[in-house]
Design a protein. Structure first.
Length: 200
């Protein structure tokens, strides 16, 4: 298994893509993680709980969940019966690590302090400012040519330049009610803003 953390993360992202390819759709919601858990069990690849899958995908902040046994199970589901080592070797053989993919700017959402902001841009002339509230939660502070209104609470686990931005729109109780996707065609660009205390 790759020992360098950054290189291992590249293999992991490629593996998650393979898993989603087999599943037939991108895993985004709690319902998706439940469906994936059931699909893995039904395939005979092993057993992974929805909670473990959320950890691997970064849907919840918890570093455990990327143990080799977990990666082996996902690799078997993706079509590599010998596990994660075999998947990594196959990536190398097939030149599966795309340097463009590895070089994309990604914001570590979990590193944001409460009150920090992120400005998101995408075509045509759309913009959001999201203010962090911790645990992947944000509030829409500014919205230009977007369907999201100022004050809307959302949850987001990943912000990657050049990819689309997927947000869980939360209802008044804090539960996901809708999915909002920005930059479906050409992806998004982002920049961090200075800190601001929530509520000011």
């Amino acid at each position: 298994m790759p020992k360098d953390i950054e290189i291992r993360d590249i293999y992991l992202r490629l593996l998650l893509r393979k898993v989603e390819d087999r599943l037939g759709y991108t895993v985004k919601t709690s319902r998706d993680y439940l469906a994936l858990s059931e699909a893995i069990k039904s395939s005979g690849s092993g057993s992974l709980s929805p909670t473990t899958l959320k950890r691997v995908w970064g849907y919840v902040r918890d570093t455990p969940g990327k143990h080799l046994s977990t990666l082996d199970t996902l690799s078997r589901f993706a079509g590599y019966p010998e596990g994660f080592h075999a998947f990594c070797r196959a990536c190398d053989t097939e030149a599966g690590i795309d340097s463009g993919f590895a070089e994309k700017r990604m914001l570590d959402v979990f590193s944001l302090r409460i009150g920090e902001g992120v400005r998101i841009y995408w075509a045509p002339q759309r913009m959001l400012v999201l203010r962090a509230y911790g645990n992947c939660l944000f509030e829409v502070e500014e919205s230009k040519n977007s369907k999201l209104k100022v004050g809307t609470r959302v949850r987001c686990a990943r912000i990657i330049e050049g990819d689309s931005l997927v947000l869980d729109v939360l209802d008044s109780s804090g539960a996901p009610s809708l999915l909002y996707e920005a930059g479906k065609v050409n992806g998004i660009a982002w920049c961090k803003l200075s800190e601001k205390e929530p509520g000011r």
